[in-house]
Design a protein around this ligand. Structure first.
Ligand SMILES: Cc1ncc(C[n+]2csc(CCOP(=O)(O)OP(=O)(O)O)c2C)c(N)n1
Ligand SMILES: [Mg+2]
Length: 339
């Protein structure tokens, strides 16, 4: 939820931890001897199986709401307070101690361990072969690489949300607008409209799922009528993809109530009917130019229907209820990646 509070490009930023976090972020928390948690609530998507979470770690837990302290994990030091003031006080204490002759421990070996994990398990996906369906991760990389600086991104709930969080690079606070733990499908379109009204100079993209889009797309009529030029990228995998992924991996491929059809509704026509520019993209070659075209449109909303691979799954994944040590990396990337 705090993506952008600390820039993803910083050499010490490891990225998102949790059920679909990257290997290094998950594993470094798991092997830490000290966690300083600032305003985090230790929810199950981050901790995995709670008794197995970061077993060696002492925890300093800082939160403005005292009810969070000890709710999930008993902290060694609990501090109720404003995050900024607490950080200032912690830094002041450390500076004093160093000035008083205390030595800081050598973190070289730990940093090397982290670089080793990053090298062995980078966030990646099996690239598409000619003729394959569009990879959603590729669409995200293109959206990210073509985004004007300070672009705000909203998303719905599902696989597209996880890929956005994994592949976007958040550099500033308030650039990732997300329903987080509430998990409200349909959040992306209205959230993007609100963000654009609040920050009219910023480019605002919503990355949405086909299922989520169907829930609140009609708000685009308001956006078109009021000339609020948001941009919507639908990752149309023809499924309630996140549910499909669980049914495939944990319910023996018993697919139930998850198929949506790629063609119904016709998202391009629907967008046009609501006063937006509508586009459809089916092959990798068309992706960048469609995004550039969308970025240039400034007088009405734009919707791009990206037809993406239905079979693609979000990895890494810590299965629900399992320990973070049981993280599964993408089997399609080969033996070396399977834990
Ligand atoms: C209102 C609501 N209903 C159901 C869910 C459970 N749920 C979470 S993700 C998901 C599927 C989302 O499908 P889609 O928008 O197509 O995204 P995808 O996972 O395919 O990227 C569902 C049904 C939810 N989070 N919110
Ligand atoms: Mg979908």
């Amino acid at each position: 939820m705090a993506r952008g509070a600390f820039p993803d490009s910083h050499r010490l930023a490891l990225g998102m931890p949790g059920m679909h976090g990257n290997y290094t972020a998950v594993t470094s928390m798991q092997r830490s001897d000290l966690l300083i948690a600032l305003g985090s609530r230790f929810d199950d998507r981050v901790t995995g199986k709670i008794p197995a979470f970061a077993p060696e770690a002492k925890v300093i837990h800082v939160d403005i709401d005292p009810a969070e302290l000890g709710k999930v994990r008993r902290p060694d030091v609990g501090i109720a307070g404003d995050c900024r003031l607490v950080i200032e006080a912690l830094v002041a204490v450390l500076r004093d101690r160093l000035a008083g002759g205390a030595t800081s421990p050598d973190r070289g070996p730990w940093k090397q361990t982290i670089s080793g994990w990053q090298e062995l398990h980078p966030l990646s996906y099996a690239p598409s072969q000619p003729g394959d369906a569009l990879k959603p991760q590729f669409v995200l990389e293109q959206l990210r690489d073509n985004a004007p600086e300070d672009t705000i991104v909203a998303s719905g709930v599902g696989q597209h949300q996880m890929w956005t969080s994994q592949y976007w690079r958040f550099e500033k606070p308030y650039t990732w607008v997300n329903s987080g733990g509430l998990g409200t499908m349909g959040f992306a379109v209205p959230a993007a409209i609100g963000a654009k009204v609040g920050r009219p100079d910023a480019t605002v993209w919503a990355v949405d799922g086909d299922g989520c889009f169907q829930m609140t797309a009609q708000e685009l009529v308001t956006a078109a009528a009021e000339r609020i030029p948001v941009k919507i990228a639908i990752l149309n995998n023809a499924y309630l993809g996140m549910v499909r992924q669980w049914q495939e991996m944990f319910y023996e491929e018993r697919y139930s109530e998850v198929y949506l059809s790629p063609d119904l509704p016709d998202y391009k026509l629907w967008a046009e009917a609501m006063g937006c520019v509508g586009m459809r993209v089916e092959s990798p070659e068309e992706v960048a130019s469609a995004i550039q075209k969308a970025n240039e449109i400034d007088d009405r909303p734009v919707v791009i229907d990206f037809r993406t691979d239905s079979n693609e799954k979000v990895f890494p994944m810590v299965p629900a209820g399992k320990s973070n040590d049981d993280i599964i990396t993408d089997p399609a990337l080969g033996e070396g990646f399977v834990q």
